[in-house]
Design a protein around this ligand. Structure first.
Ligand code: PAP
Length: 299
């Protein structure tokens, strides 16, 4: 039943999109370019700082690291909004961008470049939904009527989400990562939370900047994990009181990007019926794909 509804909505979208005018996309990927891609609330903020500190580890001391005083989003701009009012060509290489775009909507040159790399992070849909709902309620303009969790949940289940239906977003990148493993690294939030050192190491190798034996001995990976930890970032003044403007007219406090940072917190917010419904949709969506979310069966 749910599957049919999804298929119907997808078909309607495809038909609608085919009728829209399209034009050249002007973004030119560079071979050294690196994209952090994700759907909403999947661990983007965390991976952003991990990527920035991994790529720039020889430039900065941990004791005086710019992340201790600089807004998180300044280290890796969202191409989705940054490109509206910035000259992306003026940025030096290697350019590090983040994007919430679905895979087919990434700039063509990014998808087609052999060397430009993409790192995708996904998270189990129940935690994504809860994290997004609570975030959206905090930022919802007061003149708009509130949306109940039940209503928002129904929309999420029917694939009505910012940046497109959640499962299609994840599976789009996952399939692309199977086709081009050297170009797209696919990560899972839950697995990274369990073994951050292992994944920071894998990330550095994927980005062509593996940690040397000496760096490993000096504990550089552990320093990066510590610097980027939820506890460390939330203790910093810049993340308590600083603000970010993805678009000029909308200032968002940095503290909105941190809530609990836990795996499985959705069980404290969703009813057993909601959990059952989303688990069933997840099972149907993933059937035959070979893909599984990190730890999705444990709660
Ligand atoms: P975005 O879509 O607005 O960019 P994103 O950063 O992808 O959000 O996800 C936010 C989630 O990551 C929050 O999850 P929660 O609501 O379940 O708590 C946030 O707490 C979590 N998060 C942010 N920073 C970290 C971190 N350093 N380590 C682990 N989780 C983090």
């Amino acid at each position: 039943m749910e599957q049919n509804v999804h298929e119907k909505i997808n078909k309607q979208f495809e038909e609608l999109i085919a009728t829209l005018p399209s034009d050249k996309d002007h973004f030119e990927a560079r071979p050294t370019g690196i994209f952090l891609a994700s759907s909403l609330k999947s661990g983007t903020t965390w991976l952003k700082v991990i990527m920035f500190s991994t790529m720039n580890r020889s430039k900065f001391e941990f004791a005086t690291h710019p992340l201790l005083t600089t807004g998180l989003h300044d280290c890796n701009p969202y191409l989705d909004t940054y490109i509206w009012d910035h000259d992306v060509e003026a940025l030096p290489s290697p350019r590090l961008f983040a994007s919430h775009s679905a895979y087919p909507l990434l700039p063509k040159s990014v998808r087609e470049s052999v060397d430009c790399k993409v790192v995708y992070i996904c998270r189990n849909p129940k935690d994504v939904f809860v994290s997004h709902y609570l975030f959206a309620m905090k930022l919802r303009p007061p003149m708009l009527p509130p949306i109940s969790m039940e209503e928002a949940f129904d929309l999420f289940c029917r694939g009505v989400c910012e940046y497109g239906p959640y499962f299609e977003h994840v599976l789009g990148y996952w399939k692309a990562s199977l086709e081009s493993p050297g170009k797209i690294l696919f990560l899972k939030y839950e697995e990274m939370r369990k073994e951050p050192v292992r994944y920071v190491k894998q990330l550095a190798e994927f980005l062509g900047e593996p940690f040397s034996a000496e760096e490993e001995k000096e504990g550089v990976i552990e320093e990066i994990v510590k610097l980027c930890s939820f506890e460390k970032l939330t203790s910093l003044e810049v993340n308590k009181t600083g603000k970010v403007a993805f678009v000029p007219e909308m200032l968002i406090s940095n503290d909105n990007f941190f809530r609990k940072g836990q795996v499985g917190d959705s069980k404290n917010h969703l009813t057993p019926e909601m959990i059952e419904r989303l688990d069933k949709i997840t099972e149907e969506k993933l059937k035959g794909t070979g893909f599984a979310f990190g730890e999705s069966k444990k709660y």
